[in-house]
Design a protein around this ligand. Structure first.
Ligand SMILES: Nc1nc2c(ncn2[C@@H]2O[C@H](COP(=O)(O)OP(=O)(O)OP(=O)(O)O)[C@@H](O)[C@H]2O)c(=O)[nH]1
Length: 672
């Protein structure tokens, strides 16, 4: 059995087992060995510790380090996206052509005639086919969607906010934030943090304030620079999302509305507060007690893990995400309201014990996956049924099948290969739709299987640093919250870092998830430098002996060079304090954007060294097939899929289950 998070690894804290770092392999973010860091540091006169960790003994030292390895100046959009590699003059003309293509692409991604060169956003086959019939991704519909008054109504407020954020963020939003919440989020003065006990090995590292790691001028969000294209993209993206999302407001808004301070139990408040609010007013004595309050005791954690193991081993079906205690608990109990947020993981596990999975009417993993992927599967399954009911497999039907697969976002190359393989086996034979679905599921599984990789966060160094990146509104904050809920229930000692400093609501949102998961929480005022926050988060996690640091980042469209540069800076800042970190860079993709997800993977891979993918909102779109296209094109593990907004709606990715659900194979075919 694989637990997402095994036994607590406190013993590892003294002697960390170094793991292979996961540095970006692409241009722009060169992997930095400690030695490389040393060279850097030497050239900027920054003192070096004997273990090759730079001694960041002053704000100037930190800033000097960051400045020292800024990437070379970017030239043009393409250069910015892909890390600012210096190009020869001969390439200049090609770059200009590509840049024009990129701009054309964002005006109308399906207008292949407008694209004249091998632009980076095209698929394997050289273009994105113009076959989409239903309202497509936000970017795809940039020119077509006229927002109706209903669209503009705040049906899905977070998404609308998110899109707005991409353009102008900080000051406008700050006006909407209730004053008490804002003050709550303020990070303690670093002077006060000095009072917190630290281990001898950490003493060389002084807390660094926001200004120490302040954004370079070019990386600050420049709202004035927003191009007309971006405005179209952003506003239409919001509209398109509104069309695709469920009409009910997202749960986060619901529970945010019920968030009176009085409802938060004092002890839970304290636990979360340990890393963020009121520290400046807290005595040293209270600070010393804080880790005990916020962390789950070893006994409780071990009990939770044991219960999880016992329960799972009795009943675990092949692809059941409930292989961990958190999932069993989450699947069997309704989404907790904020009033229930202070329920500790150990209590939850006891509830789980009283309500074993075998006694519930909870549908199996496949059923839930099928339900989640219903919109994608019905498009595909209905199409197959209409093409293949008692027909011979001939050239015409194969062509129809290929069109169907392409229009279901599987990508042209996958569609061609699948049809070719089906042709080999069944050409000129009578075939039923079920046979075709089954053959299709097999082919899709073949593409997806190599990307199936459960993220076992119990491995590796402590703290393990996981950075979440993605475009606006893709589901980063929600995914972090879901993962934190599950891992906390298994005994992990987690710090959530609210690095989305552009969207105040994201900070509040993460805080609620942190409270619910009984995890630590660190945030900064609106508009603060997210690189500095990431730096402080790791420092704090080390000091507090945390197992995991999950860092949220602001959403950024992959074509916004300055925001992508800022993300690269976050990664660099993290490496300054922990050269092997971030150990995981998770790109959160919103399935509703369809083919645009491919270019997101491309851009974030180059900028932040993505190590794994999560695809969310598969429940709200017919475009789930795009995950197959991504798996075919990019050798990046797929860790989770999100098929809903609640904590239990995040599933470890299973190639077989996903393929079966996507083609709409009935339960009896899969044996469920
Ligand atoms: N239906 C559905 N909604 C989801 C899923 N994951 C996230 N959401 C919703 O998507 C919306 C945006 O999610 P967030 O987590 O705020 O997205 P984000 O990437 O952090 O947004 P930014 O910080 O603005 O970039 C919220 O309303 C979530 O509840 C999912 O798997 N299914």
């Amino acid at each position: 059995m694989i637990l997402w998070f095994g036994k607590k690894k406190k013993a590892d804290k003294s002697g960390e087992t170094p793991i292979e770092p996961n540095p970006p392999q692409e241009a722009g973010i060169e992997p930095e060995t400690p030695a490389a860091a040393s060279e850097d540091s030497t050239s900027t006169s920054v003192p070096i510790a004997t273990d090759s960790t730079p001694v960041l003994d002053s704000p100037e030292a930190v800033k000097a380090l960051l400045d020292a390895d800024k990437p070379p100046e970017k030239k043009g959009l393409f250069g910015g996206l892909f890390g600012g590699k210096k190009k020869s003059e001969e390439d200049a003309a090609i770059d200009a052509e590509i840049q024009a293509d990129v701009e054309n692409y964002f005006k109308d991604p399906y207008d292949k005639d407008a694209i004249t060169s091998d632009a980076p956003f095209r698929d394997d086959d050289g273009f994105v086919p113009n076959i989409e019939k239903e309202p497509a991704s936000p970017l795809e519909n940039a020119e077509q969607i006229e927002p109706t008054s209903e669209d503009t109504a705040p049906q899905t407020p977070p998404l609308s906010e998110t899109r707005d954020d991409a353009q102008s963020p900080v000051k406008d939003e700050s006006e909407n934030i209730p004053e008490p919440s804002k003050t709550e989020q303020i990070v303690p003065e670093t002077d006060n943090l000095k009072d917190t006990p630290v281990s001898a090995s950490e003493e060389v590292i002084e807390p660094v304030s926001e200004t120490d790691l302040e954004a370079s001028p070019e990386s600050a969000p420049d709202t004035s620079n927003t191009s007309a294209i971006d405005e179209d993209i952003n506003s239409d993206a919001s509209d398109a999302h509104d069309e695709e999302e469920d009409e009910t407001p997202p749960p986060f808004n619901q529970f945010m509305e019920k968030t009176p301070e009085a409802e938060v139990k004092p002890d839970t408040q304290d636990a979360a507060d340990g890393t963020e609010e009121n520290l400046s007013n807290t005595s040293t004595e209270e600070l010393e007690n804080e880790p005990e309050v916020s962390a789950i005791s070893d006994t409780e954690a071990d009990a939770a893990i044991t219960l999880a193991e016992d329960t799972f081993e009795e009943d675990a079906p092949a692809y059941d995400i409930t292989e961990n205690a958190a999932d069993q608990q989450a699947a069997n109990t309704p989404e907790p309201s904020l009033e229930q947020a202070d329920t500790t993981p150990s209590t939850e596990t006891e509830q789980d014990d009283n309500n074993p999975i075998a006694e519930t009417k909870k549908p199996g993993f496949f059923s839930r996956m099928s339900q989640g992927l219903k919109r994608s599967s019905s498009k595909l399954a209905d199409g197959i049924t209409s093409v293949f009911t008692k027909k011979k497999l001939d050239d015409d039907t194969l062509e129809d099948l290929e069109d169907l697969l392409i229009s279901s976002d599987l990508g042209a190359s996958v569609a061609m290969r699948v049809c070719e393989n089906i042709r080999k086996d069944r050409f000129d034979k009578e075939v039923t739709d079920e046979e075709i679905k089954s053959a299709l599921a097999t082919e899709i599984t073949r593409v997806l299987k190599p990307r199936e990789e459960i993220l076992d966060l119990s491995e590796g160094p402590s703290p393990r640093v996981v950075l979440f990146v993605g475009v606006n509104g893709s589901g980063k904050t929600t995914t972090i919250g879901k993962i934190a809920s599950k891992l906390s229930a298994q005994g992990a000692d987690i710090l959530l870092a609210a690095g989305d400093t552009f969207r105040a609501a994201a900070v509040e949102q993460l805080k609620v998830w942190a409270d619910r998961a009984n995890a630590g929480f660190l945030s900064r005022p609106d508009g603060a430098d997210s690189a500095g926050l990431a730096f402080d988060a790791i420092q704090q996690a080390k000091r507090e002996n945390r197992d995991l640091v999950l860092i949220d980042t602001a959403g950024r469209l992959q074509n916004r060079t300055e925001l992508m540069d800022e993300l690269a800076k976050v990664v660099r800042a993290i490496r300054k304090i922990e050269p092997t970190a971030p150990h995981d860079v998770i790109l959160v993709l919103d399935a509703t954007v369809g083919q645009n997800a491919l270019s997101q993977v491309e851009a974030f891979k180059h900028t932040a060294g993505v190590t794994g993918l999560v695809m969310t909102k598969l429940d709200g779109t017919a475009k789930g097939g795009v995950l197959v296209a991504i798996a075919d094109k990019h050798e990046i593990p797929i860790h989770f899929v999100g098929i809903g907004e609640k904590a239990e709606d995040l599933y470890p990715f299973s190639a077989q289950a996903f393929a079966n659900a996507l083609v709409g194979l009935s339960d009896d075919v899969t044996g469920e």
